[in-house]
Design a protein. Structure first.
Length: 621
C-alpha cells in the first residue's frame, strides 16, 4: 500500500534544502544546447576570450551529442534535429578547441549534409549565420523596417505581434535592413554545408508568405513621407523600442534570443563592441548562467518567479503554515517582484493599472497571466496583510481576459491569423498570443478556489464557454505552454470544476474517459513532444512523474471516489519519486512547438507534491 505522507515529506525535505537564501528556487530553465552554442558564437564574434566559459559550454554541448553525430531537442525526436546539430557544429568549430577532423564533428557534418544542409535550418538560425558571415542576407528583405511605423488601424501592425514576437522582430528588422555581417580571423568556413546556389532567396518559401510580405510592403509604401526619411525614422523607432525595454541587468526583456539580436542590431547602427550598453547586455546574459551536472548552461531566461510561486503554493497546500521561515521568505520574494511599471500590455489593455508578475528574476515590464495567478495562489493565505498587492494582481488578471472569453499569456487580443503567414517557422508560437486552455483553465481555477467571485460572474461564464468550445473531439484540451494535451486537459478540468461545472457534465466525463484510456500499464502517463507538431496526442509510451501528476490531479478533481485508475497512478507516483532516468529530464514545457522545449528541473517535485496533497485531502481524511 502506498504512503502518500511519506512521499510528500520526502519532496518537502528536498525543496527545503534547495531554497536559495533570497527565498526563491532557482532551478534551471533548461532549454537544451542552443543558447550554449549561441553564447560561444557571440563571444568569438565579439572577440571576448572568456575561455573558461567557452570550454565549459563546449563540454556540455558534447555531452548531449547522439551516437550518430546529431543533437536532439527531445529523447524520441528521431535521428536528430538539423537546426540543433548545425548550431552545435558551428559553435564547436568557432570555439577553436575542436577541428573539423574531430570524429564527433565529422559525424555531425555528415548528419547535416544528409538532411539538406543550411538551407533546411530554421529562419532564426539563418539570421545568426548571416550575422556572422556564413549565410547571405536575402535580396528580398523578409521584414521591411517600416512595418514599425504602420498605424494600429492597419490590419497588421507592430502591435499585432505578441510582446515576445516584437522583442525578437525589432532587432531582426534592423539587421535585415542593414545586412550586418561580421567575420573574424577565427570564423570557421561552413561553405561546404551550402548545397544550393539560391539559398539566400530561400528564406521566404510559400506563395502565401510572399503575398503577405507584399501586403506589408505596400502598407509601408503607403506611409506619407520621403522613403529615405521614413526608413531613418523607422530605424530610430526600432532602436528606441529596444533601449526602452532593457531590464536592470542589461538584457532586452530578460530573454536571451532578443538580447543576442539586440547586440548585433546596435553594432549595425554604429555602436562599438565596447559600448556600455553592449557590455552590460553581455554581462546580463552571462548572469543567467546556471550549472547543470557540473557544467555551465546559458539559460534562455531565469524561472525564479515561476518556480517560487508554484513551490510556495504547493508547500502551503500540504499544510505547511505561512509562518514557516521557508514560506515567509518565498512569499516575501514574490511580493517584492510585483510589477509597478506599465509594459506593452497597456496598448491593448489601456484601462488597467500594473499589478501582475513576470517569469524571471529581473523582469519588471513583461508580466504574464500564468505567473500572476500562480503567485496570487501562493500569497492567498496572507491576504489580510497584503491586501493591496492581492487586489492589484486580481484586477490586472481580470483586465487581461480576451474578447473571446479565454486568457492569453502576455497581451490581450494579439491573435491575428495573418501572422501565421510570416516568413518564420512556427510564427503562431513566436508572434501570436491567443487564448489557450492551460491559461484559461488555471485562471478559472484561481478565481473559483481562491476568491469570492460568484460563479455566474460574466468573466467566469465567458471563460467556461470558451473552454467548452476549445475542447477537442477526443475530450482533451491542447495546452500551449506545457506538453501538451495532458497539460491542457489538467488545466481545463481543474478550472471548470473550481467554478462549479459538475462532474456529471458531458465535457468533464469525456475528458476523464480520455485520460483513463491513455493510462500506461505501470499506472502512469507520458506524452511525447511530437504532440505539438502533430496537433494531436502522441503517447511517449513511457510514464513520467510530471505527466502522471497532471493526469492524476485532473482525475482526482472530477472523481467522487478513488477509482482503480487513480489508485494505480498514485502507486506509480509514490514508487517513482526518486527515480533518475531520461524521463525525468524529458521536456515538460514548450516555448515554440517543434523548435523550443523546456526541462523545468523543479516540476518533478512540484506537481507530484500537489497531486499527492490533493489526493490525501480528498480521499484519505
Amino acid at each position: 500500500m502506498f504512503d502518500t505522507r511519506k512521499g510528500m515529506d520526502w519532496i518537502i525535505n528536498v525543496l527545503r534544502k534547495d531554497q536559495s537564501p533570497d527565498g526563491s528556487w532557482d532551478y534551471p530553465f533548461d532549454t537544451g544546447i542552443s543558447t550554449d552554442a549561441y553564447m560561444i558564437i557571440l563571444l568569438r564574434t565579439l572577440e571576448i576570450n572568456d575561455e573558461e566559459l567557452i570550454q565549459g559550454l563546449t563540454k556540455r554541448i558534447l555531452t548531449r551529442q547522439e551516437k550518430n553525430g546529431a543533437w536532439k531537442l527531445f529523447f524520441d525526436e528521431g535521428d536528430g534535429n538539423l537546426t540543433a546539430t548545425l548550431e552545435a557544429y558551428y559553435a564547436l568549430l568557432y570555439s577553436g578547441y575542436y577541428p573539423k577532423s574531430d570524429k564527433r564533428l565529422r559525424a555531425a557534418k555528415k548528419f547535416i549534409l544528409a538532411n539538406g544542409g543550411i538551407k533546411e535550418a530554421s529562419t532564426y538560425t539563418k539570421i545568426m549565420l548571416a550575422l556572422t558571415g556564413q549565410q547571405k542576407w536575402p535580396t528580398f528583405s523578409p521584414f521591411p523596417i517600416e512595418v514599425i511605423l504602420l498605424p494600429e488601424v492597419f490590419p497588421l501592425n507592430f502591435y499585432s505581434f505578441s510582446a515576445f514576437g516584437r522583442a525578437n522582430l525589432t532587432p531582426i528588422m534592423i539587421l535585415a535592413d542593414k545586412k550586418l555581417s561580421i567575420r573574424t580571423a577565427y570564423s570557421p568556413d561552413l561553405s561546404e554545408l551550402h548545397l544550393h546556389r539560391d539559398e539566400e532567396d530561400s528564406w521566404v518559401r510559400s506563395t502565401e508568405m510572399r503575398s503577405l510580405l507584399s501586403f506589408l510592403d505596400d502598407g509601408a509604401k503607403s506611409l506619407i513621407g520621403i522613403p529615405k526619411e521614413l526608413r531613418r525614422l523607422a530605424i530610430e523607432r526600432a532602436k528606441k523600442y529596444m533601449l526602452d525595454h532593457i531590464e536592470a541587468d542589461g538584457t532586452f526583456y530578460s530573454y536571451y534570443s532578443c538580447t543576442f539580436l539586440m547586440i548585433f542590431a546596435l553594432l549595425s547602427l554604429g555602436y562599438k563592441k565596447t559600448d556600455p550598453v553592449i557590455i552590460k547586455a553581455i554581462e546580463g546574459i552571462k548572469s543567467m548562467k546556471s550549472e547543470i551536472n557540473g557544467l555551465p548552461h546559458m539559460q534562455y531566461t531565469t524561472a525564479n518567479v515561476w518556480n517560487t510561486s508554484l513551490i510556495g503554493f504547493a508547500l502551503q497546500a500540504t499544510g505547511i503554515p505561512t509562518t514557516d521561515p521557508m514560506i515567509v521568505k518565498a512569499n516575501r520574494y514574490l511580493l517584492d517582484r510585483q510589477h509597478h511599471k506599465f509594459g506593452d500590455w497597456v496598448i491593448h489593455n489601456p484601462n488597467s493599472l500594473p499589478g501582475g508578475w513576470g517569469f524571471s528574476n529581473v523582469n519588471t515590464i513583461l508580466p504574464d497571466v500564468d505567473d500572476t495567478t500562480a503567485t496570487l495562489r501562493s500569497i492567498s493565505r496572507i491576504v489580510p496583510t497584503e491586501l493591496a498587492a492581492w487586489e492589484r494582481g486580481i484586477n490586472w488578471t481580470f483586465s487581461m481576459q480576451n474578447d473571446d472569453g479565454g486568457w492569453p499569456a502576455f497581451e490581450r487580443n494579439a491573435d491575428s491569423k495573418l501572422i501565421e503567414f510570416l516568413p518564420l517557422e512556427k510564427a503562431e508560437f513566436l508572434m501570436m498570443d491567443p487564448s489557450c486552455a492551460d491559461l484559461t483553465g488555471r485562471t478559472l481555477e484561481f478565481f473559483g478556489n481562491y476568491t469570492n467571485l460568484p460563479r455566474d460572474h460574466t468573466a467566469i461564464k465567458k471563460g467556461v464557454k470558451w473552454l467548452m468550445k476549445d475542447q477537442k473531439r477526443d475530450g482533451s484540451w491542447y495546452g500551449r505552454w506545457g506538453i501538451c494535451y495532458l497539460y491542457g486537459t489538467w488545466g481545463a478540468l481543474t478550472g471548470l470544476s473550481a467554478v462549479g461545472v459538475p462532474n456529471s457534465n458531458t465535457s468533464i466525463q469525456k475528458a476523464a474517459s480520455w485520460l483513463r484510456s491513455i493510462q500506461n500499464e505501470d499506472g502512469g502517463w507520458g506524452e511525447s513532444c511530437h504532440s505539438d507538431s502533430e496537433k494531436r496526442y502522441i503517447p511517449l509510451r513511457t510514464s513520467t512523474l510530471t505527466h502522471t501528476s497532471w493526469a492524476l490531479d485532473a482525475l482526482i478533481t472530477v472523481s467522487d471516489k478513488p477509482t482503480a485508475e487513480i489508485r494505480k497512478g498514485i502507486q506509480y507516483l509514490v514508487d517513482s519519486l526518486d527515480k533518475e532516468d531520461w524521463t525525468t529530464a524529458y521536456p515538460k514545457g514548450q516555448g515554440m512547438g517543434g523548435a523550443f522545449y523546456i526541462h523545468y528541473h523543479g516540476y518533478r517535485y512540484i506537481f507530484p507534491l500537489l497531486t499527492l496533497s490533493d489526493y490525501q485531502k480528498k480521499f484519505e481524511r
